[in-house]
Design a binder for this molecule. Structure first.
Ligand code: FAD
Length: 598
């Protein structure tokens, strides 16, 4: 399948710009496909193929040795793949007509030109640095590469800071918040938006907000940073819009990244509306001899058809392979990105895939959503932990459009199953049929993904009608009757204003207390008991809808009305206590008492 290109020296020359995730992956694959090609990889920094995704954990000490971050060294890479690795070498311009790149050796200052037959751009994305006063100060850090990590680590070790501000509540900001907290610092997380982790919807982000607070992290939302000021006593004051701010010893800015498109722009390559390089399905730019991969490109969201920037390592690696395959003559295509992502935030794992609610709305895509609260594994086996699983699906065909999960255990495998399902174009009916591995330590006879499929397919079939927390007031304005079917004790501990409590086990006897001429809105803690009630009442001639996700999601969606998400505090205790349980009996008690979804 491989094709060779003849350059001036009589051999094909593939030049790669950027030697980390996408670039190194492309170079290695290229060599495996074409032993005769001349492969040159330019890297501006000192390292290639390093683990950017481990940087925060190197700073915290969880990754104890720096060398662990270096997946490959230039020497080893050269030995294994015969790739001409040129570190400290920045490509500064491209001459498309002559097929030349101009490179500068940053150590010697030498400037020279290099011919290419095919050029692959994988220069990544740079941390956003808005022109805020003081942002270039010595106590304001950014995190992109090992040198940045070294700088933060050295500062923490040498200056013994007590307080840090992390600006930005995305992946890197959340990782750094946890890592600095674990190093014993007081951490203030400052976020411009009204929620962290914009990939997930607001009510799921609320689980993160409350968990951060439980862990002792100060969280400032709706707080755009205005400037950074060094104070006379050698500290830093980060001021936020509205006149307030925080005093700290240093700040880490993680407010997003922007694709490194300088080279592409200079070369006249087409950019997309999101500011990344536009590529076709083979990852070719507007110049077919120049490919672009990784954080620098825009990719299509297969759910919405829209373009977006997805700065994730898995994608960069895959695209590196695809670009190499295509250069070698294989008819491979890149089918877009579902942006499957996952992050650990202290004891929580947060993951999402496909479209979120905002994107679906913005794109006018019809959708229905449902929430379930499955356990990570069989409830009768010790250590089962709850999770919240939200999925979006087409109300007609049931095609799965997106998913989001927050939990303490088992989130990773569920999001991966759902990513596979969305990639394969599966529907919620397919989710019910997936035969997933089960033994009590690992899952349930009806796995979390099956359960999500059952609930969603009930909705598509019309067996159950849902309503969502954000629709409640509108429906009540039209005269609907709100029914809380939890126990009296639960009701007394907290309920939605105006709800009437008839516990599930009394429902058949007390049907007479429920108006038949009104729409009934039923809820319980998670939506399971109220689902049973809905089925009973529907078959008795009532018009009834079930609150998806129950009181837990209502509280998450209404943080001003409910100060705490019921049970969330126990999610953490569940883990902590489990660690100390030495007997099966202790574990059983814990299991019974601590799992809020039971
Ligand atoms: P990079 O890997 O950034 O490589 C680009 C390289 O190109 C850089 O080394 C740069 O020096 C070099 N370069 C740029 N311009 C030139 C030039 N003109 N000449 C020569 N060299 C040049 N992703 C995940 O999926 N999961 C995670 O958990 C995760 N965690 C992360 C944590 C941190 C702290 C960071 C910073 C990133 C994380 N990412 C994560 C994102 C992931 O690292 C990137 O998506 C991925 O590295 C992108 O690959 P790339 O090849 O496009 O760019």
């Amino acid at each position: 399948m491989s094709v060779s290109f003849t350059d001036k020296a009589g051999e094909s020359t593939i030049v790669i710009v950027g030697g980390v995730a996408g670039g190194a992956s492309c170079a290695a694959r290229m060599r495996r496909l074409n032993e005769g090609a001349k492969i040159i990889m330019f890297e501006r920094g000192p390292d290639i193929s390093f683990a950017g995704c481990g940087l925060s954990y190197y700073i915290s000490g969880e990754i104890a040795e720096r060398r662990r971050l270096l997946i490959q060294t230039p020497e080893r890479f050269h030995r294994r793949f015969q790739v001409d690795v040129r570190t400290h070498s920045e490509v500064v311009s491209i001459n498309r007509t002559a097929k030349l790149v101009e490179a500068v050796n940053r150590q010697t200052g030498e400037r020279y030109q290099q011919h290419y037959d095919k050029l692959v751009l994988s220069p990544g994305a740079a941390p956003l640095r808005p022109p805020l006063p003081g942002i270039e100060g010595e106590r304001v850090f950014f995190l992109r590469n090992i040198e940045d990590a070294d700088r933060i680590k050295t500062f923490v070790e040498e200056k013994d800071p007590k307080t840090a501000a992390v600006v930005g509540g995305g992946f890197i900001g959340l990782e750094m918040t946890e890592c600095l907290h674990n190093l014993g610092l007081d951490v203030i997380l400052i976020e411009m938006a009204s929620q962290v982790m914009l990939q997930v919807d607001k009510e799921l982000a609320q689980f993160i907000h409350q968990h951060l607070k439980l862990k002792g992290v100060d969280l400032l939302l709706d707080s755009p940073v205005q400037d950074f000021r060094e104070t006379p006593d050698g500290r830093l004051f980060v001021s936020v819009e509205g006149g307030s701010g925080v005093a700290c010893d240093f700040a880490v800015c993680a407010i997003g990244v922007k694709p490194e498109t300088t080279l592409a722009r200079q070369a006249g390559l087409e950019l997309g509306g999101r500011g990344g390089i536009r590529v076709n399905e083979h990852l070719q730019t507007s110049d077919p001899d120049i490919y672009a991969i990784g954080d620098v490109i825009e990719t299509e969201n297969p759910v919405t058809g829209g373009a977006r920037l997805v700065p994730l390592a898995g994608l960069a690696n895959k695209q590196g392979r695809i670009a190499a395959d295509h250069i070698a003559g294989k008819r491979v295509t890149f089918t877009g990105s579902l942006a499957t992502n996952i992050v650990r935030v202290f004891d929580l794992t947060v993951a999402s895939v496909g479209a979120n609610e905002k994107t679906l709305r913005q794109n006018g895509i019809p959708y229905e959503k449902s929430y379930t609260h499955p356990a990570s594994h069989a409830g009768y086996y010790p250590g089962a932990a709850p999770m919240v699983l939200k999925i979006f699906f087409s109300p007609d065909s049931g095609r799965v459009l997106g998913a989001q999960i927050v939990g303490v255990d088992g989130v990773d495998k569920r999001i991966d199953v759902l990513a596979t399902a969305i990639h394969a174009g599966m529907s919620v009916y397919d989710l019910t049929e997936l035969e997933l591995a089960y033994a009590p330590q690992f899952g349930s006879a009806k796995d979390a993904v099956n359960i999500a499929g059952y609930v969603a397919s009930n909705v598509v079939e019309g067996d159950i009608k849902l309503f969502h927390a954000d629709e409640l007031e509108t429906l009540r304005g039209k005269g609907a009757f709100l029914l809380d079917v939890r126990t009296t004790g639960e009701f007394e501990r907290g309920h939605i204003d105006g709800a009437v409590n008839i516990p599930i086990d009394e429902i058949r006897d007390r049907c007479g207390e429920i108006p038949k001429d009104k729409l009934l809105l039923a809820y319980c803690l998670t939506g399971i008991r109220s689902y049973f009630v809905c089925r009973t009442l529907t078959q008795n001639g009532f018009r009834v809808r079930n609150m998806s996700g129950g009181y837990v999601i209502y509280c998450a969606a209404n943080p001003l009305k409910c100060t705490e998400i019921p049970g969330l505090r126990r999610w953490t205790r569940l883990l902590a206590l489990e660690t100390f349980c030495s007997t099966p009996e202790e574990r059983r008690i814990l299991q019974r008492n601590e799992n809020p979804t039971q």
